[in-house]
Design a protein. Structure first.
Length: 173
């Protein structure tokens, strides 16, 4: 919620700034998920995310019977209570560890992608590039006429592939 509000305020400030300037506002969007999937570091982050999902699901599955009994008000033995607490702690610590690992794995991709987007925006005269995935999820954009805002996703993916030959990015929408 806070991120959506901050994004909305930032967008409004950018619109106000662009309106105050002589030139017209030129907007494009990029589909961040497709772009990240095309970058080798993004692919590594996706693999880590899948690994995390599998491991966390196993921990949660093991935890579930004791958790259900505790939630139902059943008295757990001291050993069961210790096992429950250890399993909950393990789940939380594993989630935090994977979050750090995924963020670290994705960081090089995000840095390169941002640089590529900035370059394409400057080359093509875009004054604002929106992350389509975030705008859609947060309902940041209320209305946009179909085809009225250029999608630069494929251009960004092509630049990623050119910068990372042999990486075999997975692009697409």
């Amino acid at each position: 919620m806070r991120k959506a509000l901050l994004a909305t305020l930032t967008l409004l400030a950018l619109f106000s700034l662009a309106s105050a300037q002589e030139g017209a506002l030129s907007i494009a969007f990029v589909r961040s998920g497709a772009v990240l999937a095309a970058h080798p570091a993004g692919q590594e982050a996706a693999q880590l995310t899948e690994q995390a999902r599998t491991e966390l699901q196993q921990i949660a599955t093991d935890l579930q019977p004791l958790q259900a009994r505790a939630n139902a008000g059943e008295e757990l033995s001291a050993e069961e209570q210790n096992t429950l607490e250890l399993s909950q702690r393990t789940l939380q610590e594993t989630q935090e560890r994977y979050q750090r690992e995924v963020e670290a794995a994705a960081a090089p991709a995000e840095e390169e992608i941002n640089t590529i987007i900035q370059g394409l925006a400057q080359e093509n005269g875009y004054t604002l590039v929106l992350n389509y995935d975030v705008a859609q999820a947060s309902r940041l954009v209320i209305y946009a006429e179909d085809g009225s805002v250029p999608d630069i996703t494929e251009e960004v993916i092509a630049a990623i592939q050119a910068a990372n030959p042999g990486a075999g990015g997975e692009g697409g929408n």
